[in-house]
Write a protein of this length. Structure first.
Length: 170
């Protein structure tokens, strides 16, 4: 099965992972500015710049991606703890960019994470080619890396470096 589809220039990338950790811990780690900063190698420079994002928060990220200076401003446009988090681009190099994080507690106590990223680029046909052959593989690598990092952190005591111990049922 292919991890992505394209429909009229809108690219949709999907990935699912199961993690042997409580859903609330996985959700809160998904909200961690510090963890996202490590994943992307970009720095939050305005809006919420530390801690955990919440509904309505705006973050301006700045750094290097694919050898180019990059910025990305996103709003937390969906937030239902502990099952759903959505960030939507307000400004950046994409025409549109939206990332949905779905979490589900499995009967065996593990957590299923399902991420879906939807984006398109400006510049018509040229943008579609860049999206297909450069951005889609790059974003899929970032998604795989994110799940690997989340699994490693959530299933060890490393989660305590990102979340306060009184942060709920984590």
């Amino acid at each position: 099965m292919r991890d992505w589809t394209e429909d009229n220039g809108i690219f949709t990338l999907r990935m699912t992972e199961t993690i042997a950790a409580p859903i609330d811990r996985c959700f809160l780690l998904s909200c961690s500015i510090a963890l996202v900063q490590e994943e992307l190698g970009m720095t939050p420079i305005s809006g919420r710049t530390s801690g955990l994002v919440q509904s309505g928060d705006i973050v301006r990220w700045q750094g290097w991606q694919l050898g180019m200076r990059h910025f990305h401003v996103s709003r937390i446009s969906g937030y239902v703890r502990p099952t759903f988090l959505q960030d939507t681009m307000l400004a950046g190099r994409f025409r549109t960019f939206q990332h949905d994080h779905h979490l589900a507690q499995l009967p065996n106590g593990q957590t299923e994470l399902h991420d879906e990223v939807r984006f398109n680029l400006p510049f018509g046909f040229a943008g579609r080619l860049v999206a297909r052959y450069i951005m889609t593989p790059h974003i899929l690598r970032l998604m795989r890396s994110r799940f690997h990092r989340l699994r490693r952190i959530a299933t060890t005591d490393a989660w305590k470096n990102y979340l306060a111990e009184d942060g709920g049922s984590i």
